[in-house]
Design a protein around this ligand. Sequence first.
Ligand SMILES: *Cc1c(COP(=O)(O)O)cnc(C)c1O
Length: 362
Amino acid sequence: MTSLDDLPIRDDLRGLEPYGAPQKHVRVQLNVNENTHAIPEAVATDIVMALAGAVMGVNRYPDREFTELRDSLADYLGHGLTRDNIWAANGSNEVLQQTLQAFGGPGRSVLGFPPTYSMHSIIASGTGTRWVTAERDDGYELSPQTVVAAIEREQPDVVFLCSPNNPTGTPLGLDTVEAAYDATSGILLVDEAYAEFADGDTALTLLEGRPRLLISRTMSKAFAFAGARLGYLAADPAVTDALRLVRLPYHLSALTQAAAIAALAHAPEMLAMVEDIKHQRDRMILALPALGYTPLPSAANFVLFGGVADPHAVFEALLERDIIIREVGIPHHLRVTAGSDAETTLFLDALGQLESIGRIAP
Ligand SMILES: *Cc1c(COP(=O)(O)O)cnc(C)c1O
């Protein structure tokens, strides 16, 4: 049988692992930070109507410039942004990939601060961009000094910051974003996939006068739209012109555009569950210490918790109980997404029953 090693694959891809979050049909799915609430039926009906209209036109290529969608996204973001500031693609992962295609690539580097979103390094390798890393401060925080020192040492072409950071939930101060911008002559991308769950400031407030600052967002998390694949970024119009050089023509299908525009017209309803999800997150942060675990503060829709004796055994034991959470490769830690009230209760109850294999003896 032919294996990958037998193929004439690029040398820099040899031995790499693909993104591999398990996709299992489990009753309680708290492993990939989706919004576990279905979208409201009235909104779903509107989306279906919009799709029906779009289907009648699929003999033609879609609007290559997705103008109406960019207007909708600019309206949603506010901050005085217009369609010229907006770019979108099939998930923010594609936005990040296009960013590295335009500003990274062979002979160039991107700096990240692990533990962080696993796709950042995978997209770096896919685009032939060297992934360089630097350490975080205590509690996974990132001070301006730490980021500036890393930028001065590595001289990267692109810097990725993640705010709030996945998988730790750590928010990022705007002072760190400002300092990072001033320290680099390259591109600074702030991945704000979880911005709607954070009470802190968004880097959108820093865009004015900073043409090398890119802020990526997604409809996958707070917006309950992961299956539709729509990510976007806000930046100087010159940045979107750079991305036009690398995107494939018509990369956003007419169906994707229609669905996203219809969903954005209902932004308040689509985001209705955000407050409840934050409540469930905070409920877990309060409950986990009583079970002997040490949750980290989180500004996102998930909680990273430590004090786990054998994370893999706990992962498997929860799976047997029809609950899936995430092993993130941090020793003695696991990550769990905040779901509905019922899902959170099922998770906490199940974890409470795992005492002997679960927590590290005090
Ligand atoms: C989930 C996530 C994304 C989202 O990706 P999409 O491709 O938009 O679904 C981006 N960045 C981070 C940090 C994430 O956790």
